[in-house]
Structures are given as structure tokens and as C-alpha cells.
Design a protein. Structure first.
Length: 174
């Protein structure tokens, strides 16, 4: 049990750092690129997906080591004998889809539970990051006329423009 707890801590820290660095690098370098807002948002989503994919592969590697170390007794149900089986189990667990055909036993139970919680937190974190990126890049879609109108409305109303009006502007011009 101590081995599984130690492995879980190492896996959680590793995957947090992978996603952190992925999001940090994406945030830093995407702002510098002279590309349209749609491409920036696409870049955010794709890089977030890459970060999660690496995290899933890290957990799959841990399961593979368990299978090599413990043998066939690491999982019940459908046999887990290849790295591909471990990768499948990791994806199902990380996304909180839930396992059914392959069930962890012994040390793999603790790691699978931690992976599900870790995946849930990291997916939430990346969803928040994507929302912030959308909020940052969405205004870049405006035409020059829309930007002038918004500036005039802001001067007229002060900066007390309600949040709903920012995302759903009225058609009436001041």
C-alpha cells in the first residue's frame, strides 16, 4: 500500500507539472503569433489535449510497470497483457468514464482511484484555462466599426457595462 501511495503522489505531481507547463507555454507563445483568433483558440484546445494525452500516457506507463512487476494479478476481468491495454485502462480511468471490462486489483486500485480524481481536477483546470483564453481572444473577432461602437458606449456609460452586454451586445447604436 505504501508503494501505491508513493507512486500516486509521484504520478499526480508529474501530471500536474506536465499540464502546467503545457498551459504556460501555450499562454506565453500563442499571444506572440500573428494568427487569427480562431487559430489561437484551436491552438489552446489542441495543446490542452496534448497535455492530457501525455498525462494519460504517464499513468499507462505506471500500470504497465505494475503488470510487469505483479503480473496478471494486477487486473481482473479482461486480461491486461500489453501496453495498449494499460493505455486503454488509463484513458477510461483518467476521463472518469469508469472501468468495467478491466478491473484493477491490489496496488492498481489505489492508483486508479487517484488517477480518476487527478483527471477530473486537470480536466476542470484546462476547461477554466480554455474559458480564459476564449475571453481573451474573442474580442479580437470584432470589426473596426464594432470596436468604435463599443468604445463610444463605454465612454457614454462609463465602465459599468454589464457582463451580459459584453457578450450579447444590443443592436442599437448610441
Amino acid at each position: 500500500m505504501l508503494i501505491a501511495m508513493t507512486a500516486s503522489v509521484i504520478l499526480v505531481v508529474s501530471t500536474i507539472m506536465v499540464l502546467y507547463e503545457t498551459l504556460r507555454l501555450t499562454s506565453e507563445h500563442l499571444a506572440e503569433l500573428p494568427v487569427p483568433p480562431r487559430i489561437r483558440i484551436l491552438g489552446v484546445v489542441l495543446m490542452t489535449f496534448v497535455g492530457h494525452t501525455v498525462a494519460v500516457w504517464i499513468y499507462a506507463g505506471a500500470y504497465w510497470l505494475l503488470v510487469l512487476w505483479i503480473g496478471d494479478d494486477a487486473f481482473a476481468g479482461t486480461p491486461v497483457t500489453t501496453f495498449q491495454d494499460c493505455l486503454y485502462f488509463s484513458v477510461v480511468t483518467y476521463t472518469s468514464l469508469g472501468f468495467g471490462d478491466q478491473v484493477p486489483t491490489s496496488h492498481a486500485r489505489m492508483i486508479a482511484g487517484v488517477e480518476a480524481l487527478n483527471g477530473l481536477l486537470l480536466i476542470g483546470w484546462s476547461a477554466s484555462f480554455t474559458f480564459l483564453a476564449m475571453e481573451r481572444y474573442w474580442p479580437l473577432h470584432k470589426t473596426d466599426e464594432e470596436a468604435r461602437r463599443d468604445a463610444a458606449v463605454a465612454r457614454h456609460e462609463g465602465d459599468a457595462k454589464p457582463a451580459r452586454a459584453r457578450f450579447f451586445p444590443t443592436d442599437t447604436a448610441p
